[in-house]
Design a binder for this molecule. Structure first.
Ligand SMILES: NC(=O)c1ccc[n+]([C@@H]2O[C@H](COP(=O)([O-])OP(=O)(O)OC[C@H]3O[C@@H](n4cnc5c(N)ncnc54)[C@H](OP(=O)(O)O)[C@@H]3O)[C@@H](O)[C@H]2O)c1
Length: 319
């Protein structure tokens, strides 16, 4: 089968297309024929061995070393990157009772990665921990691959804060793959949403449910800050602005500040079911910036590396 191999850590050019063995699933696994994957921030973090979270020397160097021990010393031990997929179950091991051949599914690959490939094995453990689910019927494979990353991260990081009707919520970084879902999620929960993005993305963020938008690139934007019950930093600690620094003073007493870089995502049973329900009931939808083919992976990573994608960048694996 065709797959994208990460030959070493570095710029997008380290990614090469290669012919590799098609995985052979055992009796406790299903085999998914991947239709679409996406280039996520997590993929670029691994490819370039970037330390997330805005740390400085020497913590940054120590974290890089720890990442090498965990992921692979000179290149990822599993060289096929790719964290999310949407596709069709091609075969089912005899001990798997939860899926059938032909089911349309979407999922996370977790630590095993490997979605930048024509086929991906999913184990019974991954099935039990909720990393794969039936794809919502009302969306395409492209939309499913685009929405699963931001959707799952938002469900994970918002579960500690119960957004209630009428609350004021500020989403910092409302135009990225996590931010575009966070805006829709908070709006659905009944909040009055203010999205922070550059002026270019203001109309898009409003169309997703924000009643106000603030342009973080403008100095005077700080005067537009109000008091919020929740501030959700959806772009992470490596991206900041004067507005972001000032916004931390804009919490109401008892309000919450949550960053998408506070801890790591652990997909839990129920997350994809919840995401599926939100999509099926049209409370959230995918925002797709660009679609590439597997052979255009270098170009796709270069684009995501700019840090200015709108929503998600998807990779159509199936030709
Ligand atoms: N904890 C975890 O397990 C976990 C997992 C995955 C990701 N993360 C974190 O989540 C972050 C965001 O991921 P993502 O995929 O949503 O990002 P993304 O889609 O790449 O974000 C791109 C968006 O960020 C906006 N942006 C760029 N610089 C900004 C700034 N200084 N202030 C405000 N907005 C800015 C851009 O808007 P403009 O073009 O308008 O500037 C663009 O629309 C990652 O970088 C990582 O730190 C954490």
């Amino acid at each position: 089968m065709e797959a994208i191999i990460c030959t070493k850590y570095g710029s997008p050019e380290v990614l090469k297309i290669a012919a590799v063995d098609k995985p052979i699933p055992n009796e406790n696994e299903v085999l998914v024929k991947v239709n679409t994957t996406a280039v996520t921030a997590s993929d670029t973090i691994i490819r370039a061995l970037k330390v997330p979270g805005g740390h400085n020397f020497p913590v940054k160097q120590l974290m890089k070393f720890a990442m090498r021990l965990f992921i692979g010393i000179n290149k990822p031990n599993n060289p096929i990157l790719g964290l999310v997929f949407s596709g069709v179950i091609e075969s089912v091991g005899k001990n798997i009772k939860t899926f059938n051949k032909g089911d349309e599914v979407f999922g996370f690959t977790g630590q095993s990665r490997g979605a930048y490939a024509e086929y991906k094995r999913v184990s019974d453990k991954e099935i039990a921990s909720g990393e794969i689910a039936l794809k919502p019927k009302n969306i395409s494979h492209e939309e499913a691959a685009a929405i699963i990353y931001g959707g799952t991260l938002v469900i994970h990081f918002m579960k500690a804060v119960n957004i209630t009707k009428g609350q004021k919520v500020l989403i910092y970084g409302a135009s990225g793959s996590i931010g575009t879902i966070a805006v829709q999620f908070a709006k659905y929960a009944g909040a009055e949403v203010t999205g922070v993005c550059s002026s270019e993305n203001g109309e898009m963020v409003k169309s997703l449910g924000a009643s106000k938008v603030i342009d973080y690139t403008r100095k005077e934007a700080i005067n537009q800050l109000e008091k919020y019950d929740l501030i959700f930093d959806a772009v992470g600690k490596n991206k900041s602005s004067e507005l972001k620094k000032q916004s931390k003073k804009s919490l109401l007493r008892g309000g919450n500040y949550v960053s998408v870089d506070d801890g790591f995502l652990k997909v839990r049973p129920g997350y994809l079911k919840k995401l599926n329900d939100l999509i099926a009931n049209e409370h959230i939808k995918a925002v797709i910036d660009k679609a590439f083919s597997l052979t255009e992976i270098v170009e796709a990573h270069r684009y995501v590396d700019t840090g200015h994608k709108k929503g998600s960048v998807v990779i159509n694996v199936l030709r």
